[in-house]
Every structure is written in C-alpha cells, then in structure tokens.
Design a protein around this ligand. Sequence first.
Ligand code: PNW
Length: 467
Amino acid sequence: TQEEQTRSELRFPTGFAWGAATSAYQIEGAVTADGRGTSIWDTFTKTPGRVVGGEHADVAIDHYNRYRDDVRIMADLGLSAYRFSVSWPRVQPTGSGAVNHKGLDFYKRLLDELLSHGIDPWLTLYHWDLPQALEDRGGWPVRDTALRFADYAAVVHEALRDRVHTWSTVNEPWCAAFLGYASGEHAPGRREPENAIRAAHHLNLAHGLSVQSMGARRVGGCVNLYAITPATASEADLDAARRIDGLQNRFFLDALLTGRYPQDVLDDLGMDLSFIEDGDLKTINAPIDLLLVNYYSRFTVSGAPGGRASAAAAPTDTASPWVGSEHVSFVNGGRPVTAMGWEIDEDGLVEVLTRVARDYPRTPLVVSENGAAFDDVLENGRVRDDDRRAYVEAHLRACREAIDAGVPLEGYFAWSLMDNFEWAWGYGKRFGIVRVDYETLERLPKDSATWYAEIIRQNRNHEPTDS
Ligand code: PNW
C-alpha cells in the first residue's frame, strides 16, 4: 500500500538520532527564578518596537516549571534525542565569575528526567541569550566576550559532563552576529555593520575556545546553511550568489572546518580586519566530532536592484544583515512558502548536505533543526497540520537521499518540539509539532507529531533490542 511504501522509504540506519529541538529563552520563562541574570533578549523584548505586539518571554511556555510534563511528551513520541540549550545568565548571572548553582541544578533535574526516559540529551551552550552585563561591556564585537564564553563552557561542562554525551557550542553564529549587530532584527538590536563582522569572528572564536576549554569528546559546531540560486545566469546574479553563499555558508564552514576565512568574502568586506589575531583561525579550527546543520530554505538572489533586502520581510524596521553586499536582493523563487514566507525546498537540503560532505569531508553531520511555521487550526481538540507533516516528510526523504549519496548523516531534529517564542515575531508563528495553548499553557501533539512518532517507531522496531 501507499502507506507501507512511505514507511519503507523512510527507513534509516540503526542508531540514527530521532530528535526534536528547542532553546532556553524560547521556552523556559521563569526569567527571575533562582538567581537568573538578565540576558540581551530580556532587554530587547522590553524595548518598544522590537518584537511584534510587544511580546516577551517572561513566562514563555513555562518549561522551567513544566519540564517533567515535556519530557513525558518526548517519551510518548518515542524521541531518541532532545536538543536544548542552557541559558548562560542562569549559570553565570553577569556572564563571568560566580556560578549560580541553582541555575545549574535546573539542568541537572532536566537531564535526569531525560536520562530516566532513555532520551539522549544534546546540549547547546549558546542559543543567543547573552548576559546583559557582557553586552554592556561591548557584547560580541568585543574579544573578551569570547574568553568569558570559554570559561562559561568549562563551568557547564564540568557540572554536566556525567549526564551529557553530545555537546554543541554556538547555535547559528550567522544569526547572532548579523541579525543581532547588522540588521538589528534580533537582540541586542544594533545596526553596526563592521561590528557585526567583529561579532561573527568572536562567535567563531568562542566556539573554538570552548571546544578547547571543555576538552569534551563529541562536540560540534552549529551553522544555519541555505541552498542558494542565482536568479539568472547574468554576471551580476552569479556574483550575488557567490557573495551570499560566502557570508552565510562559507564564512563559517571554512573557518570551523579548514581554519581559513574565504578570501573573496574578506575582499567583499573591504574593512580593517586587524581584530583577527594570529592563531585565531587555528583555534576556530579546533577538531570537532560533528557538524550540526540547521536548514530551512533556499535563497534566490539577484545583483540587480529591485528585489527585497532580505529573504523574508522582518517584522520590524530593520537594516540589511548582508554586510558588504547590501545591494543584493532576494527574489521570489516560485515555490510555496511557510507562514514565515520562507520557500519550501527539500531539494535544497540534499544540495546542502552533499555539498558539505564533499567540500569538508570526514565530518559527521546532523540536521539539528528543520521545520516550518504554519497557521494551525485547532478543531475539536485536534490540529490537522498536514502542511507541516508534508514539510517534515519531504525533508526526511531528502535526508534519506543524502545518506544514499554517501553523506555521513547521523540524525534529524525537528524544529520545534513545541510552539514557542519565535524571536522578533513573538508567539504568532508556530513551529511546534506539539501545540501550546498560550492561555492555559496546555500541550497537545499535532497530527505531525503523531506521524513523526510512527516513523520513529517503525525505525526503532528494526533496531537490535539489546542496545
Ligand atoms: C532559527 N533568518 O532561527 C533558530 O535557531 C531558532 O531559534 C528559530 O526559532 C528557528 O530557526 C525558526 O526561526 C532563525 O532570518 C531565525 O535567516 C532567523 C533566520 C534563520 C534562522
């Protein structure tokens, strides 16, 4: 039958990680509990005009208090892995010095709960919630922030190493640098193009320094990659594609995996780069055990004026994140879009994965985020999100295709486990496979979650039972 065929095509290798992902600020709430310090996202969300509807995440989906229920949901879905992040200001309220043990205790409780349900925790050290005190001293454009991060990483690693097998450092340095310091769409909301490049370098440096300071085995870096197509074969459009690929993809991939910044990108920037010190690239190129790839969409780009300045309109008044390539425009590639306006293109995922495996060989890969926001309808206690189910299914097929092509892909994490605070968009964009009622905070698995659970069950039934 059709259904059996679907399942047999979605058969994955034994040991494949079946996961879902979240991040601290987007779900935890409890922003003043147990000695947590202030992060740049607390400040940003309280600044008028920054987030749609003035929404913030003081309560978010109250995961800090409801983590037991949430782990139960993961167990019911049969997830083998869960990717989450640690809030730096919970652990070090001012980003350096004294450790707040009550903050670490929360993660110990969460990890114990996960482990007791047989769910493998994947810990991300930084998902954008910089302690405000460090931003007050200059933030990511300042080198010292990377040094403070290395200390923080060592603290977390020492406290949680007995409970965590897989570590990752900085989630999506592109977003943290360019949405935070160039376009201003994300916290801290600065529009300082050259400082955004400094931030990008120091985020890379923070990655490398923390790999060293943790001395952890099984540690990875995390990048958000896009498939990129020139709008036409014109010279201007080909140049636009080279530039955007350079700043979005190669600037991070080359640094982490080859220890070099792409020369063409440095040339495009045409700025003083003396903040890059001798030995930095060697540090950034610290050996890692895997690369975490977040994938959502494809960009179609043009060097001719007239298109949009960004792939999807930002919800607030922002500048271009494309430092040195502000003239590039993003055009409609003609594919269906999600509620974010992001084009759906699963072939782009095959392209991205095979490209990374070819150009940066011998690094195991994981799809650490993939998913879609849609305008869900709750009807008779059920969310029939066939659009999200189709998105996940298409991208899982893409993963399967990449594996068949020889890509060393070790897992897939749906973004997101639950509806949550979607940054500058607030709560209006729902990415969860589990619905959250923002009045009652009740959780309800959507049809996409039920479907995903069935795929996982089919795959895990075929694994050796003595593992
Ligand atoms: C990622 N962009 O964010 C993040 O890792 C998640 O926290 C987030 O919720 C998810 O994707 C969905 O947005 C991105 O504008 C935010 O290019 C913005 C962009 C990319 C990724």
